[in-house]
Design a protein around this ligand. Structure first.
Ligand code: ADP
Length: 497
């Protein structure tokens, strides 16, 4: 092992001086208060302060850079900093301060920001002999930050004007921040301190269970969420809010942050509720005459069972079919009016889904003599669900398959077991659905807007109701489809224990 060469290890004479002069923004002053004689200055320091080396070295600091005001307690000022470092022997930093300087290109005085530190250089006897003053130009950073703050303020103002509130939740640390508007949306005064659990407790318990938890689970998968819920204000009045936002994931795909907007939609909802009440009332009124119409047709069927004219029989059957269609439609309107304010109640019972599928197909065959309906299943599959509502979903899938596929084609219904769930699928060989429409057909009143669809009647509520019913059962619903080839609608329900 060779020893280090003592000559190569020491720096040539004058090199320290040179290094200092080339360093960014440095000035060395003697700790001889109150003069503070300048000992050395780097090129960069001379440039930013627009002075020449020969004019400053050997002069007192304040002779060259006079104080703009004489407040001895201003911690951002050099006099305070130098005195403090000289007295205490401790470093003193000024992270940001303003000191305007002349731009050599324009010769104009410009707004400038600096960050400076003052480091003591202590002699062997422990006394501070020099102070190293380093200055960095941070005008660019400060201006960028100013622009960002201004634009955030503008955004907050615009949000306030439109009643929008922002919130941001760090999932791991559970830190919650929000814009001031959030307090008024939840019925609080600006002085009230609120936390996430505080406002979570204001959400209607039913919506918490059916809407929020579901949306949260979905958001962790899709990265997006949007939902509407009822909240109680501290004065116990009921309000509606809509929230929409995104989940941000870290590099390990773990959810990191959730952020979004919240808006009060109580007025819109009150309108909606009035409309719903009207639909409920109208549907209810229509049900009574329709029930008696159906009874009369059925009586006529019995009375005219032996009629010789075949027209009588077929006409009565057609009339009954139309009455049944109308009854189904009225029922879906009634369900629609109940689903919105969260009034849809599930009457759960244990039943075999295959038996239900068979019963539903038998009923559908009466209406749909035009298609072949095939059913394939394996054994008994019990679920704990609302039998009538699940029948409604299957029947809706079948009637859509019939509506949107050519006469004489086959509709296949299958049930299968997948991972503690029952999967029910209905496939057709029909017109299919474009990918852009597939995302939307489960929304309320959404119908595909195509020329060749104009003649098919409907209100765009069947799939919306189906999806609400399945989601309330904690199941999944969806579609796979190829335009021009056909569609498969499916739902899954948890298997009963
Ligand atoms: P409706 O059939 O009364 O319009 P739905 O909510 O049942 O309402 O369906 C919404 C839309 O989805 C329909 O208008 C139709 O465009 C499309 N759709 C539903 N089922 C099918 C299907 N099996 N094949 C093709 N399109 C379908």
């Amino acid at each position: 092992m060779s020893m280090a060469d003592p000559v190569a290890d020491s720096l040539p004479e004058g090199l320290f001086q040179l290094l200092f002069e080339k360093s960014p923004g440095s000035l060395l002053v003697k700790a001889n208060a109150p003069v503070f004689t300048i000992v050395a200055a780097s090129d960069a320091y001379l440039k930013i302060t627009s002075v020449k080396r020969e004019d400053v070295v050997g002069k007192g600091f304040f002779e060259v850079f006079p104080d703009t005001d004489d407040d001895p307690n201003d911690e951002t000022k050099a006099r305070y900093a130098f005195n403090k470092v000289a007295d205490t022997g401790e470093q003193h930093d000024v992270p940001v301060y303003r000191y305007d300087s002349i731009n050599p290109e324009t010769n104009q005085l410009e707004e400038c920001y600096w960050s400076c530190s003052n480091t003591p250089i202590t002699a062997r006897n422990g006394k501070v002999s020099y102070i190293l003053n380093t200055v960095i130009d941070i005008t660019g950073e400060v201006k960028v930050k100013k622009v960002a703050i201004e634009s955030e303020n503008r955004l907050l103002l615009a949000a306030e004007a439109t009643g929008l509130a922002f919130w941001d939740l760090g999932i791991k640390e559970f830190n919650f921040s929000y814009s001031p508007q959030l307090k008024s949306i939840f019925g609080h005064t600006p002085e009230t301190e609120i936390t996430l659990s505080f406002i979570r407790n204001q959400i209607h318990p039913e919506d918490m269970q059916h809407v929020v938890l579901r949306a949260y689970a979905e958001a962790l998968e899709t990265g997006r969420y949007e939902y509407e819920v009822r909240i109680f204000w501290p004065d116990e009045s009921l309000h509606w809010i809509r929230t929409k936002g995104v989940v941000l994931f870290d590099e390990k795909k773990e959810p990191m942050r959730m952020l979004g907007t919240i808006v009060d939609i109580t007025d819109i909802k009150r309108d909606d509720i009035r409309k719903n009440d009207f639909i409920a009332m109208a549907s209810h009124e229509l049900k009574t005459p329709l029930t008696s119409l159906k009874a009369y047709i059925q009586l006529l069927e019995i009375k005219l069972a032996n009629a010789t004219d075949p027209f009588v029989g077929t006409s009565l059957l057609k009339a009954l079919n139309q009455v049944n269609k109308m009854t189904a439609l009225i029922h879906s309107f009634l369900d629609l009016s109940k689903i919105e304010p969260g009034k849809l109640e599930l009457k759960k019972q244990l039943f075999d889904i295959n038996k239900l599928a068979n019963d539903t197909i038998a009923e559908s065959r009466i209406i749909a003599g035009t298609h072949h309906i095939k059913f394939q299943s394996t054994g008994e599959m019990n679920v704990n669900a609302d039998r009538e509502k699940i029948a409604q979903v299957i029947s809706n899938f079948i009637s859509n398959a019939i509506k949107y596929s050519p006469k004489g084609s086959t509709v296949n219904l299958t049930t299968e077991l997948t991972d503690h769930h029952v999967l029910v699928s209905v496939s057709d060989m029909g017109i299919g659905i474009k990918p852009k429409d597939q995302e939307k057909i489960f929304q309320r009143f959404y119908r595909v807007d195509d020329e060749d669809m104009k003649h098919v009647s409907g209100f765009g509520i069947g799939l919306y109701l189906s999806s609400e019913i399945i989601h309330r059962h904690k199941g999944k619903i969806g579609v796979k489809s190829t335009e021009g080839t056909g569609s498969t609608f499916y739902f899954s329900l948890p298997l009963a224990d």
